[in-house]
Design a protein around this ligand. Sequence first.
Ligand code: SF4
Ligand code: SF4
Ligand code: FES
Length: 272
Amino acid sequence: MSERASDETETEAQAAPRRARLRIWRGDGATGGLADFTVDAHEGEVVLDLIHRVQATQAPDLAVRWNCKAGKCGSCSAEVNGRPRLLCMTRMSLFAPDEVLTVTPMRTFPVIRDLVTDVSFNYAKAREIPAFVPPPDLAPGEYRMSQEDVARSQEFRKCIECFLCQDVCHVVRDHEENKEAFAGPRFLMRAAELDMHPLDAAGERGLDRARGAQEEHGLGFCNITKCCTEVCPESIRITDNALIPLKERAADRKYDPLVWLGSRIRRRRRGD
Ligand code: SF4
Ligand code: SF4
Ligand code: FES
């Protein structure tokens, strides 16, 4: 066989799809079960490709939410073999060729249909976190921040609101009764980000964000297991960089609130 012919055979062999077995949740929150499907899986594909192939060839009414297929819109969140993941960023090559993939909706939120969940809990929690308070003595355009402060909050700004961290957190995952009192890691991180913001004037209005997180948004429920950090597709160090510092500041201020308020005002005036 010529060198060229052997190259072509090799390429064909590499391109040949394998058969992948999936078990996908079909149904709504009240009734349903896992349905078995077998579809082709081509080299380089992600789980969302296979879900789309199931839709195209065997179950056109299978409901799945997705948008960008690039890990940026945060809408294809689901669970693969029990682990919260973005379907569009989960490569088939992660799994053994004969492994059956069980694809289920996020467990923490009510199922609307098949892989689509109702994530409105998260929007309600987002509204409960007080917004940025503009500094009263500065006009827009006069705001200045040190590069260090910008860099610190930039990590949290990478959040794509996929809610995988909210899904995995054991405080609410198996405890519906905790949902009212617990904002979840994504929104406690938002409280931490604003608390670190040197221009936020919430303190001057008598709002202590760290103590508010502790006393009104359930920070005390968090026992820093770091599961939220482990599933974050943006690799945000939610626990180490947001939740633990927020807990420390809440404890400090509980015992010395005036020192905190004074240092905050001086810091903003100095612009450091
Ligand atoms: S570290 Fe805290 S917020 Fe994150 S998953 Fe664990 S308990 Fe939940
Ligand atoms: S912090 Fe990470 S896991 Fe949580 S919603 Fe944002 S991107 Fe998703
Ligand atoms: S489709 Fe946008 S993150 Fe997966």
